[in-house]
Write a protein that binds this ligand. Structure first.
Ligand code: GLU
Length: 451
């Protein structure tokens, strides 16, 4: 049997990391099994659905690298993932639902009541053989026992979630329904509908929820709940993907950093954990830092350039070798890409304003002649390289009888405007003699002479 799975989000304008994880697990399973991954937008609630809300989902999946395999042909150049195929939209499938309702009505498995259509729900207990949760036996509750039938088409003609969800899974040949555990309570209804259509239901695999670090249920407002946060804060998608995989899945050998290929090779349903996962922001940040350190050169540069561009810093105006050399001094130094504009913007912009507290501390009358001598040294050293610059600064510190730090701090501030940033000697080398001398002159011009 060829595996067919789907991610079926309702566009709410928000992609919760729980949803992103559900998408990811389905996609990984399809890739592991050589099956198909379908994206279906459950947008029957017209009032709440907007294109922007759909875009939040599409952009989030695209950012993670989760691509879908089939869907109707689309001319929307921003939507397709593979071969001009858009996702399925329930709002475009009304005919299918009408035909299925008619089929149930004609066989007496559904009936009309007060303008709505109700499904004749099974009175027998239903056993859900869940691949993760185990077997769950659902009896009718006392309230349900009084009237177990449920509405499948509202009196306004709108088919309801349970119905369209099942019709689509049936029409799309879905073999495994992997979704959040919050849907376990709907599953008896879904199974009964499949039986009414005369087919066996798909396999179910309900994934335990993601909780906050303190064990409370993660809501929309909790820190880190939205995938958008990571996109905006400049996380590496590879790191977020790796972290999300570990929320509820374990490759067993305690390894945590795994390449996508390793994850796909190992991902399988039996390793999905039965207990709820706890979201740990500190761990995600740590993992992101590890990824940033380990990213291949080109990918690191690509993500840096992208982040800088988003912050309004255009690196295209500079020589490519300069850009690469500048970014190389940031490698291993960032926890997230969002730190980059403040960390390395000085390479690509006019000198930002000096940090006021640092200026008060380092641009002192006593430091003025020291910096002036350093400038003279930098102006004349034969090779403007990190090694020579370091030797020059340290020699001068020796001659002046001060610690190197006394020279390092004002020099960094003069050349970058900040107290934090890449290794000083390397950044000076990259900036180059002209810019360094120019920036030292600017600083000297504003440092008060001794009184
Ligand atoms: N539209 C449902 C949701 O967003 C999908 C449920 C399912 O995956 O079956 O929760």
């Amino acid at each position: 049997m060829s595996v067919r799975v789907r991610f079926a989000p309702s566009p709410t304008g928000f992609l919760h990391i729980g949803g992103a994880r559900t998408a990811l697990f389905n996609w990984l399973y399809a890739r592991h099994m050589g099956g198909k991954f379908i994206l279906r937008i459950e947008d029957t609630d017209a009032a709440r659905n907007t294109q922007e809300a759909v875009d939040v989902i599409l952009n989030g999946l695209r950012w993670l690298g989760v691509d879908w395999d089939e869907g109707p042909l689309t001319s929307d150049a921003t939507a397709p993932c593979k071969g001009d195929r858009g996702p399925y939209y329930q709002s475009q499938r009304r005919d299918h639902y009408q035909q299925r309702v008619a089929a149930l009505l004609s066989r007496g498995l559904a009936y009309e009541q007060d303008g709505a259509v109700k499904f004749r729900m099974s009175r027998e207990p239903i056993v859900i053989k869940d691949l993760i949760v185990g077997a769950v036996r659902r009896e009718l509750t006392d309230r349900e026992a009084a009237d177990p039938d449920f509405v499948i088409v509202r009196s306004d003609g709108q088919p309801v979630f349970h119905f369209v969800n099942v019709v689509d899974d049936l029409d799309m040949g879905v073999t495994h329904v992997m979704r959040g555990e919050d849907h376990l309570s709907n599953t008896a209804k879904h199974i009964a509908l499949f039986h009414a259509f005369g087919v066996n239901p798909p396999h179910y695999a309900h994934i335990p929820l993601i909780l906050n670090a303190d064990g409370t249920k993660m809501s929309k407002r909790d820190q880190g709940a939205s995938l958008l946060t990571y996109i905006e804060e400049g996380y590496a998608p590879e790191a977020v993907l790796n972290y999300l995989c570990l929320l509820g899945w374990s490759p067993k050998d305690n390894r945590e950093i795994l390449s996508l290929k390793e994850i796909i090779d190992r991902f399988d349903l039996p390793q999905i954990l039965r207990h709820n996962a706890r979201f740990d922001m500190a761990k995600l940040q740590w993992m992101n830092g590890e990824y940033l350190r380990g990213l291949p050169e080109d990918r690191f540069h690509e993500l840096c350039v992208h982040t800088l561009a988003k912050a309004g810093i255009d690196t295209n105006r500079f020589d490519l070798r300069y850009v690469k050399a500048a970014l190389d001094t940031c490698k291993g130094k960032l926890k997230t890409f969002s730190e980059l504009p403040a960390y390395a913007g000085f390479y690509f912009t006019d000198l930002p304003p000096y940090e006021p507290e640092a200026a008060a501390k380092d641009f002192t009358p006593a430091n003025r002649p020291r910096l002036a001598r350093l400038r003279a040294g930098f102006a004349t050293i034969p090779h403007f390289t990190a090694v020579s610059l370091e030797a020059c600064l340290k020699n001068l510190a020796g001659e002046l009888g001060v610690k190197p730090a006394i020279l390092v701090h004002p020099t960094r501030l003069a050349c970058t405007g900040s107290t934090i940033g890449p290794s000083l000697y390397h950044l000076l080398e990259v900036l180059g003699r002209d810019k360094v001398l120019e920036r030292l002159d600017l600083a000297l011009a504003r440092i008060p002479a001794s009184t």
